[in-house]
Design a protein around this ligand. Structure first.
Ligand code: AHM
Ligand code: MG
Length: 334
């Protein structure tokens, strides 16, 4: 069947959105466009991941005598090469790189900073479970021509845009620029992201679902233990945990619920990264009518101190996040 010509591609959607802001320079639209292209390239490679056994392993040569890259290294490279030369970006930061990634001197630098986790959950690749790419965009705040660390260490509420690509049973791109959350599904035959989820909102009433790695129960604080005992007991909640952040957040966005990665004895700061993972997810969820907290207050308010800082996270339907905060604070009323 032919696609309906009235379907909206991501390119058209981005241009239409830009027209609504007469002062926009187009730089921002171009960055989002470049990220969407990178997501398509990564998706194409992820779809081939199951074939590595017959085509060749990372670090080895494949049957064509070409070096095979690990997928997370590949994804990191694709994003870098999609963004480094365009003149729109001041500097980059990736979960895969220890320091900020400067724009090479031979290319012009721009006004925006892009932070990303190129392939989150990559340990899930071998078992054919969904994985994803996460990104966050800030405006450069330092005075120099090129971006510096300070430009990357901005609190989440200053993000101009955030999004993720989910390589699931379909590939989706979900993003926000602070005017709602919009989701696009990749039509592999057209090679286009098509608008499939305009104006995403966390449903109310939400699914009564909690999502946490409960194997860590014995490492948790008493408040965290009481919270989960209540959820699955009196609260009547069900449980869903994929162990792949983008997929767990995506489900929470579509169905509601409470996703948690708490601090525990082994991960005193939590496991997930503030800048590459949680600040962007927090912006998306908040824009969709939900909340994201570090267990004490809004995650978007945290002032980062370092690039790879971790944070505990409680994210999803606002009432559930507030309940979690009350348990963690030892509120005797809950
Ligand atoms: P990674 O950065 O090593 O890929 O780990 C990130 C992943 C997330 O996708 C997921 O939410 C979390 O780790 C799961 O951790 P755990 O196995 O401790 O439950
Ligand atoms: Mg990650």
């Amino acid at each position: 069947m032919l696609p309906d010509p009235q379907v909206v591609t991501i390119s058209r959607f981005l241009v239409d959105q830009e027209r609504r802001f007469p002062e926009a320079t187009g730089a921002f639209t171009n960055i989002l466009h470049d990220i969407a292209l990178a997501a398509k390239v990564i998706s194409r490679e992820v779809r081939k991941a199951g074939l590595v056994d017959i085509l060749g392993h990372a670090g080895l040569e494949n049957v064509h005598g070409e070096e095979v890259q690990k997928l997370d290294v590949f994804a990191n490279d694709v994003l870098y090469r999609a963004l480094d030369h365009t003149g729109y970006v001041a500097c980059l930061a990736s979960e895969e790189s220890e320091d900020i990634i400067p724009i090479p001197e031979r290319f012009p630098a721009g006004e925006y900073v892009v932070l990303y986790d190129p392939l989150d959950g990559s340990s899930n690749i071998d078992v054919n479970v969904s994985i994803g790419t996460i990104f966050s965009i800030h405006r450069k705040i330092s005075a120099g021509e090129r971006g510096v660390l300070e430009d990357c260490l901005q609190p989440g509420f200053r993000q101009l845009a955030a999004g993720y690509a989910l390589y699931g049973s379909s590939t989706m791109l979900v993003y926000t620029t602070g005017a709602g959350v919009h989701g696009f599904t990749l039509d592999p035959s057209l090679g286009e992201f098509l608008l499939s989820h305009p104006g995403m909102r966390i449903p109310d009433p939400p699914a009564k679902t909690y999502s946490v790695n409960e194997a860590y129960y014995n490492r948790w604080s008493a408040g965290q233990q009481r919270l989960v005992s209540w959820l699955k007991g009196e609260g009547g909640f069900g449980s869903r945990y994929i162990g792949s952040l983008v997929a767990d957040v995506h489900r929470t966005l579509l169905q509601g619920g409470l996703f948690m990665y708490p601090a525990d004895r082994v991960h005193p700061e939590g496991k997930l990264r503030l800048l590459y993972e949680m600040a962007p997810m927090a912006m998306i969820v908040t824009q969709a009518g939900g909340r994201a907290s570090d267990g004490r207050g809004d995650l978007l308010d945290i002032q980062p101190r370092s690039l790879h800082q971790r944070t505990p996270v409680y994210l999803g339907s606002p009432g559930f996040v507030e309940l979690a905060e009350r348990y963690l604070a030892g509120d005797p009323e809950v």
